[in-house]
Design a protein around this ligand. Structure first.
Ligand code: NAD
Length: 386
């Protein structure tokens, strides 16, 4: 990596060799050159039509990630909020320029059908509520983006897919990583053969769930434990990095005995998958270990790693090749983009152009079926064929 001009001029040895005036002139010149070099040569077109979005559920993800991301969207704007807390909704409406008449609660949510400003509904509620609010959204005649995991059961997922088809509207599951450039490059490298044939994929995703009262620890609202919430990232990564669907699954579960947080859902789960080409995946998820989000693709001629791999920002990618063991691992630098803005604009584009989303309901259903198979393997202690 070339050093930046700023780093260059802060070197004490350099400053000591030349006078301050010369430094000032050089600094100005350096900055001008650097600024000119960085100036974009292509000016993006002014955003065209933006579709109107309603955000359902104003929790942490909506407040800290989704609503701020609209500022970076080219095809999406927030026009409505749905919440059980009018004070919070009013405050956010002022902040994001949402007309107060477009604030709904969970009771009058269905009347959103009469609001032509709303094209797309984004469900950001606890997992166990995704199916109901998605289906009601379709019945209101809107397109729906729902958060992951798609729902608690395959049957619920199928009902969501059917409701979308009946309404003639798009259904997308919010697998934001599929839309951001690091993940897209990782997928390209892993499937390109540049690392040689992939032998093994390792993926871990977890965090420490300290608040014992949160909905994520309640089976009816969460559907399961760490697997449903965060292990889904490891599962989905193994699938998108291999480009294949698993055929066999083994799993083991552990929850600290007597820990009241894990009365209804699991703490830690390890699972292994076999893919048709022979790739094996070892994955873990946990509500008990310190935050992790990484994966490694081990090929015959090299490896690729992302650590962190699926965070909202700050992800890093490295690779190393056979024959280059004496060199440092190569860091792959890619300009970072806002995952949520990319994901929402993709959905708007699909709605505008009548295209199938990259992560449709069927993709969400596949993960839910596989997670049910992982739980079955853990429960029975037997390999589950899928
Ligand atoms: P959160 O607990 O911060 O927010 C949940 C919201 O749902 C709150 O506004 C709450 O008031 C509302 N709600 C309505 N009925 C509720 C009920 N009966 N019990 C509890 N809350 C109720 O959760 P969050 O972190 O914003 O997660 C929301 C969804 O987004 C989940 O499905 C989660 O898996 C998903 N999520 C996705 C990502 C991602 O990166 N894509 C990240 C975090 C969360």
């Amino acid at each position: 990596m070339p050093e930046s001009p700023v780093k260059e001029i802060t070197r004490r040895g350099f400053i000591s060799k030349v006078g301050q005036g010369l430094v000032a002139a050089n600094v100005a010149g350096t900055f001008l050159k650097a600024a000119a070099a960085q100036e974009p040569t292509v000016v993006p077109d002014a955003p065209g039509k933006k579709l109107g979005w309603a955000i359902v559920g104003l929790g942490r993800l909506s407040i800290y990630e989704i609503l701020p991301a609209f500022a970076k969207c080219e095809k999406s704007k927030v026009v409505a909020l749905v919440s059980g807390h009018p004070d919070k909704a009013n405050k956010l409406a002022v902040r994001y320029g949402v007309n107060p008449k477009n604030i709904y609660n969970y009771q009058n949510y269905d009347s959103i059908r009469d609001n032509p400003e709303v094209d797309i509904i984004y469900i950001v509620l606890p997992n166990g509520m995704h199916a109901e609010y998605t289906i009601r959204g379709f019945q209101a005649g809107k397109h729906v983006l729902t958060e992951k995991p798609m729902a608690n059961t395959p049957a619920d997922c199928q009902q969501m897919i059917d409701a979308g088809r009946k309404a003639g509207k798009k259904l997308m599951v919010a697998y934001r990583c599929h839309y951001e450039p690091f993940t897209q490059e990782a997928i390209r490298i892993a499937r390109s053969g540049e690392l040689g044939p992939t032998q093994v994929i390792l993926a871990d995703a977890g965090w420490c769930a300290t608040d014992p009262t949160q909905w994520r620890l309640k089976k009816d609202l969460a559907g399961g434990g760490s697997l449903m919430d965060i292990g889904i990232y490891a599962l989905n990564a193994a699938r998108y990095l291999s480009g294949e669907e698993p055929t066999e699954i083994n799993a083991m579960v552990f929850s600290q005995p007597g820990d009241t947080r894990f009365k209804e859902v699991e703490e830690t789960i390890n699972f292994q998958m076999r893919f048709p080409s022979g790739i094996l995946a070892n994955c873990t998820s946990s509500y008990g270990y310190f935050q992790q989000s990484h994966f490694r693709v081990l090929g015959t001629n090299g490896y690729l790693e992302m650590d962190p791999g699926t965070w909202y920002r700050g992800n890093r990618m490295r690779r190393q090749h056979a024959g280059e063991e004496d060199k440092f691992t190569e860091e792959i630098e890619i300009p970072e983009r806002d995952h949520f803005a990319l994901e929402m604009d993709h959905m708007s584009e699909c709605a505008m152009q009548n295209k199938e989303p990259l992560t449709p309901g069927e993709e969400g259903l596949r993960d839910i079926k596989l997670m049910m198979a992982i739980y079955e393997a853990a429960r029975t202690g037997k390999t589950v064929r899928v």
